[in-house]
Design a protein around this ligand. Structure first.
Ligand SMILES: [Zn+2]
Length: 608
């Protein structure tokens, strides 16, 4: 599972290590061998695009061949590659400082200048304005702090300090810290017409004078601004043009947190910022096979059923999402429950059904790059090998290995009227203490299929203390119950393969939205961003039924480029722009539909 929501879940449940039912079973477990293989050290935590992911994919292909599954029609291979942004590195950024009548001073080493990971590639030359910490607290916070007050930065380069005032009282620091993210500072600069942003770590701050290391960033598009971090030496060369001021003295004045300490233009100086970011594209691999119908009939509607699980995990946690303790940092994140358990369940269900007759085709899918934002399953539904309208249902298995007290949760049951009764009937034999949740807006691959209007279910045994930590290991899996889940879900899948009528899809109205940053906690717009596609603006993967975005007439495929006067270059801009919205107050939205520029009004609601 992706981190956003589960983290909250982990924090919300009391994390007591529950004893597992480890009684000896007569038959050997159908899933244990797979979990031990996938969660083993050799696979290095199965990070999407890594050698460990390839080893896992190879294992899955062998298992699929063993049970007699076939590559999809029109395909000769089980592995379906897709590209994604795995990180960024500097591609040769430079800063040149030229005083009027003086010789240019060039800085070009990585210790002196580095592009910020979200920078546009480009070169900007012009005057530079010092804007303090570059912090802007939205009016909605009633706090009154704007580093740009009284400054004209239009078409200029802005120089700001990293972090936030060092000596301010705790309350002030807590407020300003929320707006000190460099993306937020970049957006504030761009909204005021700046052409470039230079960030320096002040002499009074931690990491004084050091450049900001290029961070892991899965953003596909730049932020619409040239942005770089510079060393103390670069800052000193710039401040040399203001003989009455030093950076340290100016920082000291700002560090009290007084909002009236003003920035200033630096006279008689031309600065050239060239930012070069190499976004590292990587290839992930979905592993997809199918079991063809044994008794196909033309009469059957929607002749495909899909079962799936993501098989990628966090590697050693370097790509984000890790909840490792300090002592565990850098260790292999085994991902036995997340999601060797679901992967094993899908293999075992496929093996069970392979020898049984069926009217529909069964697609057996293993997704990669789920942990980076549902990228694999999104790639699949965006370019489906068979039309999604031909898919009768999708069943997802993510974290199904930690059942305790006989509990099993099935989510997304609101996506079809058929589910509650079908689950109830299947559970007569299975006997789980079953919890049904209608909500399909889950931080797991079921979200991709719900957006594609496929009736779906997600099986889940709950969050636990080892979630996204190296300690999510194979020995902690409750195999007995995992195998019972396989039996239960095999029965449901069998019924779906043979039903004459396909389940009809129901769009679930939703009062909360998944994902979202700081503003997501407060404001509800009902938009579902598409994280996987490269586009300038915010591409909507869908809208939440009954939500403000749907009421505003927005729909899947629309690209939001401006909201409430804030231009939107990417998902981060959007998250920040939400902070400026007021609940119940209509905001103008400019968006592109099929390339055509349109306008509507969206009224944000309060998050429930
Ligand atoms: Zn996860």
């Amino acid at each position: 599972m992706t981190n956003t929501i589960r983290l909250a879940l982990v924090l919300a449940v009391s994390v007591v290590a529950l004893p597992h039912a480890q009684t000896t079973t007569a038959a050997p477990s159908a899933t244990k061998r797979h979990v031990e293989m996938l969660a083993g050290d050799a696979l290095e935590g199965r990070l999407a695009g890594s050698p460990g992911e390839k080893l896992a994919a190879d294992y899955l292909v062998k298992e699929l061949q063993r049970i007699g599954a076939k590559p999809l029609p029109a395909s000769t291979d089980f592995q379906m590659p897709f590209d994604f942004t795995a990180g960024s590195k500097d591609g040769g950024s430079t800063i040149t400082v030229t005083r009027e009548g003086g010789a240019p001073k060039a800085f070009a080493t990585r210790a002196e200048v580095q592009a910020l990971s979200f920078s546009d590639n480009g070169e900007i030359s012009g005057p530079i304005v010092f804007a303090g910490y570059g912090l802007v607290v939205p009016d909605s916070q009633n706090f009154g702090y704007d580093s740009y007050q009284g400054l004209d930065v239009k078409d200029k380069i802005v120089l700001v300090l990293r972090y936030f005032p060092e000596d301010a009282d705790q309350q002030t620091r807590a407020t300003l810290a929320r707006y000190s993210d460099l993306r937020y500072k970049a957006q504030a600069a761009r909204q005021r017409g700046a052409k470039a942003l230079v960030v320096v770590t002040g002499p009074r701050s931690p990491n004084a004078g050091e450049v900001v290391p290029m961070s892991f960033d899965t953003a596909l598009a730049g932020s619409g601004l040239v942005a770089a971090s510079a060393s103390g030496a670069v800052a000193n060369a710039i401040f040399a043009a203001t003989p009455d001021k030093t950076l340290e003295a100016v920082q000291k004045e700002l560090d009290g947190g007084n909002p009236h300490v003003a920035g200033f233009a630096i006279p008689a100086l031309t600065v050239t910022v060239k930012a070069a970011v190499e976004r590292q594209r990587q290839t992930g691999h979905n592993v997809i096979a199918y079991l063809p119908a044994t008794t196909p009939t033309d009469a059957i509607k929607k002749p495909w059923v899909v079962i799936g699980a993501h098989y990628d995990h966090l590697g050693r946690g370097s790509a984000g999402g890790s909840l490792a303790t300090k002592e565990q940092a850098g260790q292999i994140h085994h991902g036995a429950d997340d999601n060797a358990s679901g992967t094993s369940a899908v293999l075992a269900i496929a093996e069970t059904l392979a020898t049984q007759p069926r009217k529909r085709n069964l697609i057996v899918a293993f997704w990669s790059a789920e942990e980076l934002g549902l990228i694999g399953s999104n790639a699949f539904v965006t370019n489906p090998p068979v039309p999604t309208t031909e898919m009768a249902a999708y069943l997802n298995f993510d974290m199904v290995g930690r059942s305790s007290d006989n509990k099993l949760t099935v989510q997304a049951t609101g996506t079809s009227a058929i589910w509650p009764k079908m689950l109830e009937q299947a559970n007569i034999a299975a006997g789980f203490d079953l919890t049904l949740q209608e909500d399909p807006y889950q931080p797991t691959d079921v979200g991709s299929f719900n957006q594609a209007s496929v009736a779906c279910l997600a099986f889940f045994t709950g969050a636990h203390a080892d979630y996204h930590k190296p300690s999510d290991t194979a020995d902690k899996i409750n195999y007995e119950d995992l195998d019972r889940i396989v039996t239960f879900a095999s029965g449901i899948t069998r019924r779906l393969l043979d039903l004459d009528d396909a389940p009809s899809f129901t769009k679930v109205d939703q009062k909360t939205e998944s994902g979202g940053g700081r503003a997501g906690l407060r404001i509800f717009t009902g938009t579902i961003p598409d994280y996987a596609t490269e586009v300038k603006g915010l591409l909507l993967g869908g809208v939440i039924g009954g939500g403000p975005a749907e009421q505003a007439g927005l729909q899947k495929g629309d690209v939001i480029v401006e909201i409430a006067g804030q231009s939107i270059a990417n998902i981060y801009d959007y998250t920040y722009a939400l902070e400026l919205l007021k609940i119940g107050q209509p905001a103008k939205v400019i968006y592109l539909r099929n390339g055509e520029r349109r306008e509507t009004t969206l009224t944000p609601a309060a998050r429930k």
